[in-house]
Design a protein around this ligand. Structure first.
Ligand code: SAM
Length: 280
């Protein structure tokens, strides 16, 4: 285990505070501080950024972020058992860690943060995609964050970075890549976690693009991708029938053959379709 600070090893913190992992909270802890510092480094320049961390747990990644020089970390944790353990980190890094006891799904972090903001998290698997979806579709663009560095089950990470034509390509890839640049930066084996999950994990790094890749109205684009991938094996003229009575004409005016399927369409083509539907 690494010694990146003078605080006790994470196993001792977990024992001292009785932090037996709870499945209902998606708790799979990282105990190797060398690994958490490595994850923190994937987030880019932290010295000039505020970091939002969801689910700090016993604080392994929090300590990695602070040791790597984060200007300030705002850590939002739902499990009240973890708060006392996290308070000990505050003392080692005076003025740089703010702990918030809250459910991340019902909490607006923006008043706590000064731009630029980087979000870094080993996400609880049960709310990970919901949080990502919210961060990617905040209503207005650019969003309050400049980058997201997030641990997911590898299968979810692959869906985020997937290219058209691949099995993993779907709504999540379009949502992610339309307005941000997404890549997998680290593979993490099950043994890195306590308890070890059944599947492999991966860290994805997303950088917000100042402008979307192609022009489109966000709600229209997301409505189309939801309908299209809901029935991904069907031809688009059937899958999108509910969106317009003239869907074949709309598809043709966007330059897309109505017999094609959702998984073959590029993000550029989905955007062209969104523009055509808005104009219909
Ligand atoms: N960051 C720690 C680490 O890497 O070892 C813990 C990661 S663990 C996968 C997920 C953490 O998210 C747990 O500490 C869990 O209690 C917390 N959590 C689960 N649901 C949450 C929610 N809705 N809001 C905030 N935290 C949550």
């Amino acid at each position: 285990m690494g010694t990146i600070d003078d605080l006790p090893p994470l196993r001792a913190v977990i024992a001292a505070h009785g932090l037996a992992a709870r499945k209902s909270l998606g708790q799979n802890f990282l105990l190797d501080l060398n690994l958490t510092a490595k994850i923190a480094r994937q987030a880019g320049d932290l010295g000039h950024a505020d970091v939002l961390e969801i689910g700090p747990g016993p604080g392994g990644l929090t300590r990695g972020l602070l040791a790597e020089g984060a200007r300030k970390v705002v850590a939002v944790e739902k499990d009240a058992r973890c708060i006392a353990a996290l308070e000990e980190i505050t003392q080692a890094y005076p003025g740089r860690l703010e702990i918030v006891s809250a459910d991340a799904l019902a909490f607006d972090p923006r008043p706590y943060l000064t731009p630029p903001v980087r979000i870094v998290s080993n996400l609880p698997y049960n709310v990970g995609t919901e949080l990502l979806t919210r961060w990617l579709d905040p209503g207005t663009w650019p969003p309050f964050w400049t980058s997201l560095t997030l641990m997911f089950q590898r299968e979810v990470a692959q869906r985020i970075v997937a290219a058209p034509g691949s099995k993993a390509y779907g709504r999540l890839a379009i949502l992610s890549q339309w307005r941000s640049e997404a890549r997998i930066v680290l593979d993490v084996p099950p043994e890195a976690f306590t308890p070890a999950p059944k599947v492999r994990s991966a860290v994805v790094h997303l950088t917000a693009r100042p402008e979307p890749l192609f022009e489109a109205d966000a709600p229209t684009l997301f409505r189309i991708t939801a309908a299209a991938f809901n029935q991904r094996r069907k031809m688009l003229r059937a899958a999108l029938r509910g969106l317009s009575p003239d869907i074949e004409d709309v598809l043709l005016s966007a330059g897309i053959a109505p017999t094609r399927r959702a998984e073959e369409l590029s993000i550029e083509e989905f955007c062209a379709l969104a523009r055509a539907l808005a104009a219909a």
